[in-house]
Design a protein around this ligand. Sequence first.
Ligand SMILES: Nc1ncnc2c1ncn2[C@@H]1O[C@H](COP(=O)(O)OP(=O)(O)OP(=O)(O)O)[C@@H](O)[C@H]1O
Ligand SMILES: [Mg+2]
Length: 267
Amino acid sequence: MYKLTGVTKRYTRGKETVEALRGIDLTIEDGDQLVIQGPTGGGKSTLLQMIGGLDRPTSGGVELDGVDLAAISEAKLTRLRAEKIGIIFQSFNLIPTLTAQENVETALVPLGVKPAERRERAAEALRSVGLGERLTHVPTELSGGQQQRVAIARALVKKPKVLLADEPTGNLDEGTRDDIMGLLEGLWHEYGLTFVMVTHDSSIARRAPRLATIKAGQITLTEQAGARRAVPGGDGRDHLPGQEQYAQQLYTPEQFTQEQYGAPRGR
Ligand SMILES: Nc1ncnc2c1ncn2[C@@H]1O[C@H](COP(=O)(O)OP(=O)(O)OP(=O)(O)O)[C@@H](O)[C@H]1O
Ligand SMILES: [Mg+2]
């Protein structure tokens, strides 16, 4: 469960100050789906970064299961993200020089999963998003929708508790958007994920059980009729191959290749 209290975020650049978040209070139960909407520059991505532990608030607390992400050390935060939080972005953020399978594997590197198991779990995760036939393709050999599926597999391969998505269908055409949304909703439900998604798409927002509107750094919450909830810890979860995003921040493609195939000769 997430409990955000009085979260503010101020960006300072020279003399200029932007109050991106102005006191956000928000509770997200395990298994909830929350959709975040609002005008550009309102603070949606900033809030998602706080929830994902990618950045820290200027003030306030961001508790996940009683642990304040704003207060723990960088090392603990990195570990917590690697274990519990999967993130996907509008622009997929795949590493261009790695195959689909290797991209997915990067999520398991920080968790110390051995190479053979990593390969196996990455392949399984890719099969679960319908890409079992594309393991050895690099991103440029995949369509946008397929690239987002790889990113989803990377987010989920580690069996996270939380899935965060920042405009995951923003770069996709309508048909592909529906495919990806169907996939995300299915995964949310099947694995009992806590799922928080930013979108500009009002047709997606209309279907969300809970809607948060962020304007000028302030939040308004709406509960929508017909709310559905995933089953936390639902039994599918244990079978979910495991993912990740920040692997990119932690490991360069060179480090990854080195870890997998050994240090380059002659060093
Ligand atoms: N790293 C940063 N440094 C300075 N200002 C920033 C930074 N990141 C965001 N901002 C500012 O904070 C405000 C909120 O930005 P944010 O990216 O959260 O908006 P958003 O709601 O996600 O918008 P969009 O719909 O365009 O993605 C904006 O005014 C933005 O310019
Ligand atoms: Mg944004």
